[in-house]
Design a protein around this ligand. Structure first.
Ligand code: GAL
Length: 410
């Protein structure tokens, strides 16, 4: 564990005006948010008359009396391990107690875990859903208990219990993957040349998955329509290319079938557009074991998982879309502190927090079935072999070993 390195890095890159907020133990700027929020609350007689606000302001004064419940989906998908540890580190650095649960990608277990957190009287919940449609009931209990809920990374559907959504711009993730393929193959100037592509998408239970797929598909659609890109399997619908639970071996088996059915006659595969790294890993394994061709297939991914970064170094995967989950944790902390202070955060949270990363406040894109959920969306980055050191190592997120492989700093 080298959490200090990340904190030091975040502090070091923080805008000068925010240096005081770094303090000795945290990379977040929320110290100033707490101070100004407390002042705001104290100044407001209306708020002072409101019992709930008074309680919120009182309790936030002593974060050591408060507990944050964090519900992550699974340890088996690498990124959530990083999310969990960054979130825990951020909240603990401000004195909060943290209860962190992982639910083994089992929706029923996540329901139980969240019930447990509510029973433990947590003050706020941060939830990355396994099945976005399956939490309405348990989150209704959270609402009844007056516990604010932040929908973390994945939008939780059909519940009015969540107040905010914090994520990366999911459609843009897919767009970046599609545009990368278009650029690599110079599709705009392809003339009569044609290329073969296959798609692999994510878990239908994850609201993000369609955003990623649509972002990529929409970007490549003009070339598919023009016949420059061809899908020999004919599988172009999300439901045909989805991968339950983002599972590596499920993605591998499907791709082995595709290779066996449509490419065993020597047909060349040029692109495997994969929505994320866990599926890209399976597709890469299928290509290694079952593809007869010898060309370098362009393979996309998302997350910067360790095994995939190694594949990028080795030339087996071409790119990944990196999402700095350390920053997502910083933004979550500042949003949570504002909520615990009884505020109604809006776009001004971004400036007020002085984040050194880009973020937009979006009040139109994410409707969870009960209405638009106000969203804070961070910006994803394309990572290839060429910019890997600059984007991942120099920023302090990963270390590089003597053989040139990257390892996440946790
Ligand atoms: C998505 C997430 C991706 C990827 C995937 C599988 O919801 O946004 O970053 O990790 O889940 O875990």
């Amino acid at each position: 564990m080298n959490k200090k390195l990340i904190s030091a890095m975040l502090c070091a890159t923080m805008a000068a005006g925010m240096l005081a907020g770094c303090g000795s133990s945290s990379g977040s700027s929320s110290a100033s948010s707490v101070a100004s929020a407390t002042a705001d609350t104290a100044a407001s007689t209306e708020a002072a008359a409101d019992t709930a606000s008074t309680e919120a302001a009182g309790t936030t004064a002593d974060s050591s009396q408060m507990t944050i419940g964090i519900s992550m989906p699974t340890k088996s998908l690498e990124r959530w391990n990083r999310d969990g540890s960054y979130l825990k580190e951020q909240f603990e650095s401000k004195g909060y107690n943290v209860e962190l649960t992982y639910s083994d990608n089992k929706s029923a277990q996540q329901n139980n875990d969240i019930e447990g957190l509510i029973a433990d009287n947590v003050d706020l919940l941060v939830v990355a859903a396994i099945d976005g449609e399956a939490l309405s009931q348990v989150l209704a209990s959270a609402k009844e208990a007056g516990i604010p809920v932040i929908s973390y990374d994945r939008l939780i559907m059909n519940t009015d219990a969540i107040s905010y959504y914090i994520s990366f711009d999911n459609y843009t993730v897919g767009k970046l993957q599609g545009q990368f393929v278009a650029d690599q193959l110079d599709l705009a100037n392809a003339g009569d040349k044609t290329y073969n592509i296959e798609f692999t998408a994510g878990d239908p239970a994850d609201n993000n998955a369609t955003y990623f797929f649509n972002g990529a598909y929409d970007t490549l659609k003009p070339y598919l329509d023009a016949g420059t890109l061809v899908v020999p399997s004919g599988q172009t619908e999300f439901d045909q290319v989805a991968t339950a639970q983002w599972d590596t071996s499920t993605a591998m088996k499907r791709f082995q079938n595709i290779l066996g059915s449509y490419y065993s006659d020597g047909t060349q595969l040029d692109v495997a557009l994969c929505s994320n790294d866990s599926t890209a890993l399976g597709v890469t394994q299928a290509i290694e074991s079952d593809y007869a061709g010898s060309n370098q297939v362009i393979i996309t991914g998302q997350d910067g998982d360790e095994a995939n970064l190694a594949n990028i170094v080795d030339g087996k995967q071409t790119m990944t879309v990196y999402k700095a989950v350390a920053n997502e944790a910083v933004a979550t902390l500042d949003l949570a502190v504002a909520l615990l202070n009884g505020e109604t955060p809006d776009a001004s949270l971004i400036d007020k927090s002085g984040w050194d990363f880009d973020c937009t406040y979006d009040t139109s894109s994410y409707d969870n079935g009960t209405g638009i959920i106000p969203s804070y969306l961070l910006v994803p980055t394309v990572v290839t072999k060429d910019n890997m050191d600059a984007e991942l190592v120099d920023t302090g997120y990963y270390t590089k070993d003597a053989d040139g492989y990257l390892h996440p700093v946790e």
